[in-house]
Ligand binder design. Sequence first.
Ligand SMILES: NC(=O)c1ccc[n+]([C@@H]2O[C@H](COP(=O)([O-])OP(=O)(O)OC[C@H]3O[C@@H](n4cnc5c(N)ncnc54)[C@H](OP(=O)(O)O)[C@@H]3O)[C@@H](O)[C@H]2O)c1
Length: 336
Amino acid sequence: MNSISGATARTVHQIARPHGFPAPDDFAFVESAVPEPAPGTALVENLYWSVDPYHREMMDGEFALNAPLEGRTIGRVTASRTPEIAEGEIVFHRQGWRTHAVVTPEEAQRLPRFDGVPLSAYMSILGGTGLTAYVGLTRIAKLREGEDLFVSAAAGGVGTATGRLARVMGAGRIVGSAGSPAKVAYLTEQVGYDAAFDYHAGPAVDLLAKAAPDGVDVYVDNVGGEQLEAAIEGLREFGRIVRIGTVAQYNALEPLSAPRNLTEIVEKSLRMEGFHVRNHRHLQDELYDFVVPHLQSGRIGLDETIVDGFDHIVTAFLGMLRGENVGKMIVRATPA
Ligand SMILES: NC(=O)c1ccc[n+]([C@@H]2O[C@H](COP(=O)([O-])OP(=O)(O)OC[C@H]3O[C@@H](n4cnc5c(N)ncnc54)[C@H](OP(=O)(O)O)[C@@H]3O)[C@@H](O)[C@H]2O)c1
């Protein structure tokens, strides 16, 4: 492709498959000329990037080596050769991990703008992260008012969104687990969790029994393993387990040995169900309708860790896997 005025675009490639925890050297920043859009396409300068646990899963095979990666991103259209996308428009698309992208109208999604709601929210509670939490609570758990909840990875993107949404949906006691005392304090002081524990502080089954002595009705599982085992123990009869992810597994070299108590699923008549948010995209407008008024009134706050500078995208991704984020990990272009 031709370039626009000789400017440089940067794209992250994965160049090696990780064994266990990924390293910065598994990635490379590749420079090229900023592409010119072909007829029927538009050039987008990306402004916000999402780095996600599923990218770690894709590093094992789905990401082609030495090729641009995919990821959710928001950018401004800087040149357009299609009447369907106007220059200056803000669009969402999936050609992340790069400073510039050429998109077709089908690939670019125009974002609605709501007064007082920042763009970053489309990467957190109004984006796939919030939709995951919303689907988990409304469609999978079918949460009813007054029901008690346990959420793992509670201080992450999905976990904070789950706590915030469950609170305004009228949940009873909301208990979370996270990886540090600072995160535990954040959950109870900022997000609206009633109790929280650091999962490093002892066996999960004991920590959960202490935080939720009367048990819970719903477990929102972002982690799997020992915490899933603890939740099965702590769930009441007819409880539901919403399987969202298994972040405890993604960098492990061996399969997790827990849960070892699946027999309780029968004994307590529990229901365990997983889902992919991509199969629930039709609920996006319902999510906006539910969340935006609460964002505007301040009843729901944003939980985001924003890292400035595309140069830091790999560091931000690895940091998220290590738990350096509170809320959704988002990378933002350095303002020009
Ligand atoms: N099903 C779907 O469609 C869907 C969609 C989006 C996300 N997900 C899943 O939802 C989960 C959360 O995703 P997210 O985007 O919100 O990421 P996130 O929770 O913001 O970030 C990942 C968090 O995982 C925690 N973690 C890392 N290693 C861990 C371990 N060994 N044990 C327990 N916690 C660990 C870290 O927090 P700590 O400091 O607390 O350890 C880290 O902050 C992931 O499992 C992801 O795959 C699924």
